[in-house]
Design a protein around this ligand. Structure first.
Ligand code: DAK
Length: 270
């Protein structure tokens, strides 16, 4: 098999690192600025499927790009140039499989952006629950410069994150914005001076989340993800269902009992 352009020799393009309750999915194709070839997309989806199997032990996932220059500089433009329409459809399905795996993962997923998050890279970050970024990062949807439009959900999730007018401006111009602008627009939840601080900040957030009832965090994520963009009545129905499901958990009984008994709760995750 020939080596994919920009792929570092003999290394899988995606790896999972574990540190206590935190799992980190590292996209490791720095020579191509971590561009999303079909192989990379498949590997990201597989990584989330693997983590799903041990979801009981994972309280949060960090997604990060290797190399310090890019989170992900978009879909792999070289791969795109050779795709047949059928392969294009397969690539679209893969992209949506990745987004579904992240949104369906029962714990927060934080995109840690250190460098470029462009095109499919920004769309990958938008599928995550939070975007944290270093000061030197930049964001954009440059697809129209290639004769494309965002195809991994950018037209759907970017307006939800920054509002329709700014989303339109970014998608129509293809321009890049810096981390400070992205934070002011609500796209980036938190900014950090460098990569170490970025990763430490994401871990600290996951540790803080991990002190809470895992079942409740998973239910809250389910409602937030499923309700996004739906009419108010549908969204509130989803919230009612999630609220009712919380009453089915031991954690809810424990959390309420601990408050009444003036003690710290001991959540079991059930
Ligand atoms: N794909 C492939 N290779 C890439 C790449 C990309 N997106 N971005 C960078 N590279 C490669 C470069 O070709 C270069 O490789 P070598 O020439 O060294 O072999 C290496 O990474 C370093 O890049 P540069 O030399 O260009 O580095 P600079 O610092 O000068 O510039 C840059 C960095 C990020 C500004 C520049 O590389 C750039 O503009 N990259 C392209 C960014 C871009 O346009 N991204 C959006 C792609 S469109 C779909 C769904 C979604 C999509 C497609 C289909 N379906 C539903 C089917 C999404 C489309 C997109 O994301």
């Amino acid at each position: 098999m020939t080596e994919e352009h920009g792929t570092d020799e003999h290394r899988p393009p995606v790896r999972i690192e574990r540190d206590g309750v935190v799992a980190t999915v590292v996209i490791d194709r720095p020579k191509a600025l971590n561009a999303l070839s079909p192989d990379v997309l498949r590997a990201v989806a597989d990584a989330f499927d693997a983590l799903r199997a041990e979801a009981d032990a994972v309280r949060g996932v960090i997604v990060v790009g290797e190399g310090g220059r890019a989170f992900v500089a978009g879909a792999d433009i070289r791969s795109l140039s050779t795709l047949t329409p059928e392969e294009g459809a397969e690539s679209a399905r893969l992209g949506h499989r990745v987004a579904a795996a992240i949104e369906g993962f029962p714990a927060p997923v934080i995109a840690c952006v250190d460098g470029f998050a462009l095109g499919g890279g920004l769309e990958l970050a938008l599928a995550c629950d939070l975007i944290y970024a270093t000061e030197s990062s930049s964001f954009g949807q440059p697809e129209v410069r290639l004769g494309l439009i965002p195809g991994f959900g950018g037209t759907v999730r970017l307006p939800r994150a920054v509002g329709l007018p700014l989303a339109k401006e970014l998608i129509f111009t293809g321009r890049r914005i810096d981390a400070a602008t992205a934070e002011a627009a609500g796209l980036v939840a938190r900014r950090f001076p460098d990569r170490d601080a970025l990763l430490a900040g994401a871990r600290a957030t996951i540790d803080e989340v991990a002190e809470n009832a895992w079942t409740a965090v998973a239910l809250a994520k389910r409602v937030l993800v499923e309700a996004a963009g739906t009419p108010t009545a549908t969204a509130t129905d989803l919230e009612v269902a999630g609220f009712a499901d919380a009453f089915r958990t031991e954690d809810m009984r424990e959390g309420v009992a601990a408050f009444i008994e003036k003690r710290e709760p001991e959540f079991s995750g059930h």
